[in-house]
Design a protein around this ligand. Structure first.
Ligand code: PXG
Ligand code: PLP
Length: 440
C-alpha cells in the first residue's frame, strides 16, 4: 500500500529534514541480504548497512528464525529481580568476546542508553570507592555519544547541543578533536599527525586537578561526525594519562564493536584497554534494538558492598535484557563466528580504502577518510548552503543510482556490509561518482 499524506504528516522523523522528506519520501518496503526494495519493487543497494547496524546483511535467515521462535516461546519477562535464559547466555557470550577483564555486561536498548549507563556507572564507581569528589566527565570535540542528556553533554557535535546549551549536565569538559584538514587530508587509515592532542587531557587534569575527574569518554574511531581515525599512539597516550590521574577510560564502541573495524572490539584492534565499553548497533545486527555496556570486574566489585538484599545500582530499563533482543544477539554472534565475518571485514579493508581514495582529486571532494569498514568522503560545501550538496547527493544516489548512502551535512559516509562483495562495492561507488560528477 502506498503511504498516504496523512500518514506522512503524523510521523515526526528522527534526524531528518521532515518537510523536505515528506515532499519526496523514500520508503523502504522490504530487504534481503545486501539490498532494500522500495514500494515500487526497485532494488536498492545498501551502502550504509542499515545505520552502521546490519553488518551481515538484512533478514539473515538464522537471525530471523531465532527471533521468530523466541517470540513464540517467551515474548517478554520482567527485567528487574527476574531474568531469562537468553539474556544470561548473551551476557556470557559477549563478555567472552570482549578483551580480558571485561567480565560484566549490562543491557540497554540503544547506544544512547549505553552511554548514559556508562557515565552513571563511572560516577557510581568512584562514589562507591569513597572518592565522591570525582564528578567531572570529559568528552571530545566532534564526539557523538547519542542524544540523551548525558551523552549529549559529553558529545561534541555543535548542532546536537546548541538548542540545549543551558541545560547540558554540569561539570563537563572537552578535549580537542584530532581532525585537521591541513595536516591530515586524504590520509589512508590512521593519520600521522595529532597524537600530541591527547595531552589536552593532561591540561584538563591540571586545571581541575585530576582527582576531580571521573571519566573520559571517546570513540576509538569517531564515526557519526564523519569518520576520524585516531593517530598512532593517541589512544595509548589517553590511557596513560587516565592511569596517571585515576580517571576511568570509556570507549564508545557503538559503531566500532562487532567487526566494523575487523575485530571484535576497537580495544582489541588498537591494543588499548579501556575500563568500560559501550556497544549497541552490531550486537543484534540491528534486528531488534539492544545495547550492552561492558565493564571490568574491579568496577563491578566496587558496587558489591552493603547488605545483599540492597539494589547496588539504581539504574535499568524495562527492556534491559529483553529475551527477543537477546535471541537476536545470540544468533548474530553465531553468524559472526560461523561465517568468519570479522575476518571478512578485515580482508576487505584495503580494497575499500582503495575505492574510496579514487575520489581524491575530484573537484568537489576536499577529504577522504577511512578505517576498517568505515569511510567518509567530505565534499566542499556550497557557498551559503552548507549541507545542501551532501543531501542532494544522498537523494540522487537513492533515486537515480539505487544506492543508499548517508550524509552528515556535506560529509558522505559509508558503512559497507562486513561481508560485502567487492564488485558490488565498486559498482556502487561508480554510482556515487556519477552523482558527484553531475551535481552542482
Ligand atoms: N555512540 C556512538 C559512538 C554512536 O555512533 C550512539 C552512541 C547512539 O546510539 P543510538 O542507538 O542511541 O542512536 C551512536 C549512534 C550516523 C549516525 O549517521 C550514527 C549514529 C546514530 C545515528 C546516525 O553516522 N550513531
Ligand atoms: N516513564 C514512565 C511513566 C515509566 O513508568 C517508565 C518505566 O516504568 C519510564 C518512563 C521509563 O521507561 P523505560 O524503562 O522503558 O526506559
Amino acid at each position: 500500500m502506498p503511504v498516504t499524506q496523512e500518514q506522512l504528516d503524523a510521523y515526526w522523523m528522527p534526524f531528518t529534514s521532515n518537510r523536505d522528506f515528506k515532499k519526496d519520501p523514500r520508503i523502504i518496503e522490504s530487504a534481503n541480504g545486501h539490498y532494500y526494495y522500495d514500494q515500487n519493487g526497485q532494488k536498492i543497494y545498501d551502502l550504509f548497512s542499515g545505520l552502521w547496524t546490519t553488518g551481515v546483511g538484512h533478514c539473515h535467515p538464522k537471525i530471523v528464525e531465532a527471533v521468530q521462535s523466541q517470540v513464540a516461546k517467551l515474548d517478554y519477562s520482567m527485567s528487574f529481580q527476574v531474568s531469562n535464559e537468553k539474556s544470561l547466555e548473551l551476557a556470557h557470550r559477549v563478555t567472552g568476546l570482549a578483551p580480558d577483564g571485561f567480565t560484566q555486561c549490562f543491557f540497554t536498548n540503544s547506544g544512547s542508553e549505553s552511554v548514559d549507563t556508562a557515565l552513571k556507572i563511572a560516577l557510581g564507581y568512584h562514589r562507591a570507592k569513597g572518592d565522591a569528589s570525582r564528578t567531572r566527565l570529559i568528552g571530545r570535540e566532534r564526539g557523538y555519544h547519542g542524544v540523551n542528556f548525558g551523552g549529549m553533554s559529553v558529545g561534541g557535535i555543535i548542532a546536537n547541543r546548541k538548542a540545549f546549551s543551558a541545560n547540558l549536565i554540569p561539570g563537563v569538559d572537552h578535549i580537542r578533536t584530532t581532525f585537521n584538514l591541513q595536516k591530515n587530508a586524504f590520509s589512508r587509515g590512521m593519520p600521522k599527525w595529532g597524537a600530541h592532542l591527547a595531552d589536552d587531557l593532561e591540561g584538563v587534569a591540571a586545571l581541575h586537578d585530576g582527582s576531580n575527574i571521573a571519566a573520559l569518554i571517546v570513540e576509538p574511531v569517531a564515526g557519526s561526525t564523519g569518520v576520524i581515525p585516531p593517530p598512532p599512539g593517541y589512544l595509548q597516550r589517553l590511557r596513560e594519562i587516565c592511569d596517571r590521574h585515576g580517571i576511568l577510560l570509556i570507549f564508545d564502541e557503538v559503531i566500532t564493536a562487532f567487526g566494523r573495524i575487523g575485530s571484535s572490539f576497537a580495544a582489541e584492534r588498537f591494543d588499548v584497554k579501556p575500563d568500560i565499553i559501550t556497544t549497541a548497533k552490531g550486537l543484534t545486527n540491528g534486528v531488534i534494538p539492544m545495547g550492552a555496556v561492558l565493564v571490568q570486574q574491579h568496577i563491578y566489585d566496587a558496587f558489591m558492598q552493603g547488605p545483599e538484599s540492597m539494589v547496588e545500582l539504581f539504574h535499568g530499563y524495562t527492556y534491559s535484557g529483553h529475551p527477543v533482543a537477546a535471541a537476536a544477539g545470540l544468533a548474530t554472534l553465531d553468524v559472526y563466528k560461523e561465517e568468519n565475518i570479522f575476518e571478512q571485514a578485515l580482508a576487505l579493508e584495503k580494497s575499500f580504502e582503495d575505492l574510496l581514495h579514487t575520489f581524491k582529486g575530484h573537484d568537489k571532494v576536499i577529504d577522504v577518510r577511512n578505517f576498517g569498514l568505515m569511510g567518509a568522503i567530505e565534499l566542499a560545501p556550497r557557498t551559503d548552503a552548507p549541507g545542501a550538496r551532501g543531501l542532494e547527493t544522498h537523494k540522487r544516489a537513492f533515486v537515480e543510482e539505487n544506492i543508499v548512502i548517508r550524509n552528515g551535512m556535506d560529509i558522505l559516509q559509508f558503512s559497507p556490509f562486513l561481508n560485502s562483495n567487492i564488485d558490488d562495492l565498486a559498482k556502487a561507488f561508480d554510482g556515487v561518482r556519477r552523482v558527484l560528477d553531475s551535481i552542482k
